[in-house]
Design a protein around this ligand. Sequence first.
Ligand code: FAD
Length: 106
Amino acid sequence: PLDKDEIGTATWSFLHSMASYYPKKPSKTQSDDMTKFFNIFAQFYPCEPCAVDFQEDIKKHPPQTDSRDAFAKWLCERHNTVNVKLGKPTFDCSKVHERWKDGWED
Ligand code: FAD
C-alpha cells in the first residue's frame, strides 16, 4: 500500500493539475460538478484523520469553482492549510500555474 506521504503527494499532483487545466470560464454545470467532486473526495480520501480535517476545512472555505484562477488559488490555500498543520513551508499561490501547468521561467 502507499503510505500517507506518497498518497498525499500523488493526490496533490492530481488535484493541482486538475485545477490548472480547469476551464477559465466553466459552465454552471461544470462549476457545480467540481464543488460536488470536492465534497465527495473529502468523504473518501483514504487517510481518515486527513479526511476529517479536510472536511472541516472545506466547510469553512467552500470550493471556489467560478474560474480557473479562483479555483487554483482556493486549492493552493487548502494545501497551505495542511502545510501549516504539518509544519511545512507555505507555497506562494501566485505561482501555482507555473508549478503545475506552464513550468518555471528559468
Ligand atoms: P506535498 O505537500 O505532498 O506537496 C507536493 C508538491 O506540491 C510540493 O513539492 C510543492 O511543489 C507543491 N506544493 C506545496 N504546497 C503547495 C500549495 N499550497 N499549492 C500548490 N502546490 C503546492 N498528511 C498528514 O500527515 N496529515 C494530514 O492531515 C494530511 N492531510 C491531507 C489532506 C489532503 C486533502 C491531502 C491531499 C494530503 C494530506 N496529507 C496529510 C499529506 C500531506 O499534505 C503531504 O502530501 C505529505 O506530507 C507529503 O508532503 P511533501 O512535503 O512531500 O509535499
